[in-house]
Design a protein around this ligand. Structure first.
Ligand code: BTN
Length: 263
């Protein structure tokens, strides 16, 4: 008898530590339009920590309403969080997810990826994962839908040609397939630890880790927000998880916007 993908994913839940919050319930779908929409649908009747995983997505969305390109072989999931924290703290949670993913990939493959503020992961300077954080409010509480897409077991030539020069996949860099079940399990171990610390208002570990995983500190960038573009040097993040840039000697902090590296 073969084990179905749904069983494999829900087995991850049974192996988590009893203190874990995220991933106590995992539901797998072969195909969905977006795991974010499916999760929102189920968010009112489920506890925080619910995860929706899909084998593939037909309408995955990224930041700024852009399309996110998927392929069978990728890992696509959304996590329901009800953190009872304010919006700046929600931002920190998203950064914690990026770091947890970078740590998990390192543990499983020895590959050192880099986080790019706010929510991308890069290998050799090329994007292989993106995280989308959507907040919505129900009865004065903020719900956070954290959607994560990872190019795992397919070559980058399966991505549309327009993004091939800026993207990569784990398969291309690692040279072989990586178990998506192992990747999600490892991620949940690491993310649960960080999430529990953040719920206790302990951000210091995250802020230290960000510096270790952000290879882009010191780089020259352009930063676009509200139709304005700034040019500066990345200094890191502040305690609210905002980006810090040195713009002509002024230290500016940004809570959202788009970062591009300048040659
Ligand atoms: C980005 O790179 O801008 C973020 C991409 C986030 C994509 C993931 S895939 C799983 C989840 N469902 C979606 O529709 N989007 C996110």
């Amino acid at each position: 008898m073969t084990t179905s993908s749904n069983d494999l994913y829900s087995n991850i839940s049974s192996k988590l530590k009893s203190s874990s919050i995220i991933g106590r319930k995992i539901i797998y779908f072969e195909s969905l339009s977006s795991t974010q929409d499916q999760l929102k649908e189920l968010s009112k009747t489920n506890e925080e920590g619910l995860i929706i995983v899909a084998g593939n997505l037909t309408q995955a969305r990224g930041r700024f309403g852009r399309k996110f390109y998927t392929n069978t072989g990728g890992l696509y999931f959304s996590i329901l969080l009800k953190p009872q924290l304010d919006l700046s703290e929600s931002r920190i949670i998203t950064l914690a997810a990026s770091i947890s993913l970078a740590e998990s990939i390192y543990i499983l493959t020895n590959l050192k990826s880099s986080v790019k503020w706010p929510n991308d992961l890069l290998l050799n300077g090329l994007k292989f994962s993106g995280i989308l954080s959507e907040v919505y409010t129900v009865n004065d509480s903020n719900y956070l839908l954290l959607g994560i897409g990872i190019n795992v077991n397919f070559p980058k030539n399966k991505l549309p040609s327009i993004i091939q020069s800026s993207s990569t996949t784990l398969k291309d860099v690692y040279g072989k397939n990586l178990s998506k079940i192992d990747l999600l399990s490892e991620f949940l171990k690491n993310f649960n630890k960080m999430y529990i610390s953040l719920k206790k208002k302990n951000k210091s570990e995250l802020l230290k880790k960000w510096v270790c995983w952000d290879d882009n500190i010191g780089k020259q960038v352009s930063f676009s927000v509200d139709s304005l573009t700034y040019y500066g040097q990345i200094l890191g993040i502040n305690t609210n998880g905002e980006l810090l840039l040195n713009v002509n000697g002024d230290i500016m902090n940004f809570s959202s916007g788009e970062l591009r590296f300048v040659e």
